[in-house]
Write a protein that binds this ligand. Structure first.
Ligand code: PMP
Length: 360
């Protein structure tokens, strides 16, 4: 068996110890005589595990008591619709920052429910920067301000929490959740799909402040209603128990790494190493403004784009996978989430240096 270094944007690499634990427990879990996949979500074992997972998340992120933590389905994409459905509360508009492909998708979905007022838009800069907050125009009548903390495709990440001028702040943290500490009390809603930093696909974490739930738009289906999920402890229907289980194991692994504070340090070291390699060469380029560069998704170009396919082929032979850029922007991209070890970055950097030496 050869496990490669997997730089995929998501689903993405999971710590080997997590996979091994899941493997060892696959047939029989927690003394149940059956796999975790085979038992009722309402069994006392699973309910206890679910509660423990919520507590782990609460303690890792220091989530205040006046927030609900929901474990939902439908991916972050479903949150693009659930956020306006649950938060509009009779208002006609919502404010959005447009800093890349994922904010654009959130905006398009919100337009199904309300007027969208754009607080800032970096499309004219090809999403290579995050415009200064002083230049933003935030609609004071909007129900909330939404932004994407890390743009997975464009490799742009906020290095601060925006000032929402009193509006509830909503953040899509799908691709940088749990990669650094965050002051949850500054937010109305934080949401993230699990398949990058929290395990496998199929489960989405939503952290929502109590006062923002219970005021959905008319005819909102139960499955899209935060309040209904909160009342039923995220077991309104059969939840994705396997994904929930893997998420729990990943949180346990994060604790063993020293928590989010330590992961933030590791992530900075990894990202710095890769950006330095790119910046010190004339062969590779990353065009994102330095203060807006993502620590999680690092897109890069070769000066000679014709060499991209050769790069990918040789990288594959060197056990480096998932480096193809997103189809919307092309080029190359290394996604280096929590579970990518420094050894993987070192291996990639060595490969890049050698590729430059032989093809530069
Ligand atoms: N937001 C961001 C920032 C993402 O990276 C993604 C997925 N790559 C999504 C939303 C959509 O997530 P999902 O596929 O879970 O719906």
């Amino acid at each position: 068996m050869t496990r490669t270094y997997n730089f995929s944007a998501g689903p993405s690499t999971i710590a080997e110890s997590v996979l091994k634990q899941a493997q060892s427990e696959l047939l029989e879990w927690s003394g149940c005589g059956a796999s975790v996949m085979e038992i009722s979500h309402r069994s006392k074992e699973f309910v206890a595990f679910a509660e423990q997972t919520e507590q782990r998340l609460r303690s890792l992120l220091k989530i205040p008591n006046n927030y609900q933590v929901l474990f939902l389905q439908g991916g972050a994409t479903t949150q693009f619709a659930m956020v306006p459905m649950n938060l509009l509360g009779g208002k006609q508009s919502a404010a959005y920052c447009c800093t890349g492909a994922w904010s654009q998708k959130a905006i398009n979905e919100a337009k199904l429910f309300c007027d969208v007022s754009i607080a800032t838009d970096s499309a004219t800069d090809q999403y290579l920067d995050i415009p200064e907050q002083e230049s933003w125009v935030i609609d004071a009548d909007a129900a909330y301000l939404h932004y994407t903390d890390n743009e997975t495709i464009h490799g742009v990440e906020f290095d601060y929490i925006p000032d929402s001028k009193g509006l509830p702040l909503v953040s899509d943290m799908s691709s940088n959740m749990l990669s650094r500490p965050v002051d949850v009390s500054r937010f109305g809603v934080i949401y993230a799909g699990a398949q990058k930093n929290m395990g496998g696909a199929g489960i989405t974490v939503v952290i929502v402040r109590d006062d923002l739930i219970g005021n959905v738009i008319p005819k909102t289906p139960s499955m899209l209603n935060y309040s209904m999920h909160a009342k039923q402890d995220s077991m309104l229907n059969t939840p994705p128990t396997w994904s929930w289980y893997i998420l729990g194991l990943v949180l346990e692994w994060i604790e063993a790494q020293g928590g989010i504070e330590q992961l933030a340090i590791n992530n900075q070291v990894k990202a710095d190493k890769l950006y330095t390699t790119i910046d010190e060469s004339d062969f590779y380029r990353n065009l994102v403004q330095p203060n807006a560069r993502s620590r999680m998704n690092i897109p890069f170009l070769l000066t000679d784009s014709a060499l991209e396919s050769v790069f990918l082929e040789q990288a594959g032979k060197a056990d480096l996978d998932g480096l193809k850029g997103h189809r919307a922007v092309g080029g190359l991209r290394a996604s280096i989430y929590n579970a990518m070890p420094l050894a993987g970055i070192n291996h990639l950097v060595d490969f890049m240096n050698e590729f430059e030496r032989t093809h530069g």
